[in-house]
Design a protein around this ligand. Sequence first.
Ligand code: CO
Length: 511
Amino acid sequence: MAKVHITDLVLRDGHQSLIATRMRTEDMLPICGKLDQVGFWSLEAWGGATFDACVRFLREDPWERLRKLRKALPNTRIQMLLRGQNLLGYRNYSDDVVRAFVQKSADNGVDVFRVFDAMIDLRNLKVSIETVKAAGKHAEGAICYTTSPVHDIPHFVGLAKGLTEMGCDTIAIKDMAGLLTPYTAYDLVCAIREATHLPIHTHSHATSGLAHMTHMKAVEAGATIIDTCVGAFAEGASHPTTQSLVAALAGTAYDTGLSLPLIEEISAYFKEVRKKYWQFESAFTGTDTRVLINQVPGGMISNLANQLKEQGAIDKMDAVLEEIPRVREDLGYPPLVTPTSQIVGTQAALNVLTGERYKSVTNEVKLYLQGRYGKAPGHVNEEVRKLAIGNLDVTTCRPADLIADELDKLRNEIEGVAKSDEDVLTYAMFPEIGKTWLQERAAGSLKPEQLLPRAHPSRTAVRAMPPTNSRSRCTARPITSSYRAAAAATPPSAPISCRSTVSRKKCWSNR
Ligand code: CO
């Protein structure tokens, strides 16, 4: 039986899931020495949202962050999450941009590339995986786990075989909404192992409360790398706690061999760091089992609630949550992950708000129905397709085959303020905010968004208390959609009522 390895997510998915991806590089670097000593299989540290937040909110150079982390973590693999042909953006890029981006990421410090595609159309992963391998780096092909009438174990095994043939070094099972149940994980891992013999790496959000059990059963079935997050940024919308899994496996054939006291020191550091970002705390800090029914990931729900609130239509939240599975069915059951989660969510909201399904169709849904994101996993509703795009051609080739090389064009567009290929790629990922960022950098006027001062002393005192189980008590009650919207839109200085048995102050202690 193989020893189990751990990828820690605190530098990427942990703060993305709990504090809207706001952790600054200055708060990562001081603890890197200790993180580097632990012996993690890898540290996930880079991805679409961290790149976006660096440029948009923190006004940092994401490439500079990567170089600094590389230097501070000489003994640990740095892992990134890459959206295949979408890279870190929201559209398909030309092959020359994909190649340049992967090469520059490798040059600046990424060792492990976890590559996924929202449609799980393997053609969208081809060029990035090829480039990762050509750069001598580790390619991890990810299967986005979801449930639908077309997603069963043979379907996922077929994808795993495809990823193996493309030259991947490991297979990740990426369960972004926490839908994977322990016994399904067991069967899935067994089936994939039988089909591919590649090491299996599991990623399962703790949202529904299943993830610890899911990892355990996956390990028993032969998964050898699991994703966890140090306690201070774990659980809820994030991931199972690293310390808990290390303890659970200690003394068994799956022992991770990691030092609990060292990880506790790291966790204590991040516990203090988290307080600095209290204004960004997610409303979803506890277990939320509703995802098991509506399959809508927590991050997507909070986005939707914000959108509806801006439209003054928060009372339609439940109707939108009911419409999401219907739109997903019409589109052939894409997994709900960036960018398909936004595509499905926005169209569902439109269908409800206009009072007529597909009366108004977003540009993204039109492109989707033209095949521009790739092949849908199931059958697309032809009536809806006709309604949305009429007699327009539907692409059946790999979508990027229709995109001419564009790196030179991008270079020309941003000439003057871009000082390097990395700068050009920043602009390519986020044309508007990337350009503003480069211009402001040239003008010396980059300013990070403001962090609100820490909460007043009495609240700080309560927050400094050791963790209690108040978090689960606070969130155990039903959360209404209006509560969610209010909580998402306002910093936790506004009164958010908890059940009378738990004082509000106690609620804050773990937020
Ligand atoms: Co994740």
